[in-house]
Design a protein. Structure first.
Length: 84
């Protein structure tokens, strides 16, 4: 498998993981959570050796955006699909 094929495969894995999630518009949306790239990497670490950029690029391409709590914590603003 060449580098490009590997990148596409890893992106597909992250996309499959995200089928249960949708981008949230605001922290106040019902079910909205902030999950870090590391949270997502840990969820998938038994399936593939992903790099943070694999997750970040896929999240951005699917319309997810970052969010910041007042205390400085940050991550991806998302909510389970069940709240759509």
């Amino acid at each position: 498998m060449n580098k490009q094929e590997k990148e596409v495969s890893l992106q597909n894995l992250v996309e499959q993981y995200l089928q249960e999630w949708v981008p949230a518009a605001a922290l106040t949306d019902e079910g909205a959570v902030v999950r870090t790239t590391d949270d997502i990497l840990r969820d998938l670490d038994d399936m593939a050796d992903l790099e943070p950029n694999d997750v970040a690029m896929t999240m951005l391409s699917l319309g997810f955006r970052s969010a910041y709590y007042p205390d400085g914590r940050h991550g991806w603003l998302m909510k389970p699909r069940q709240f759509v």
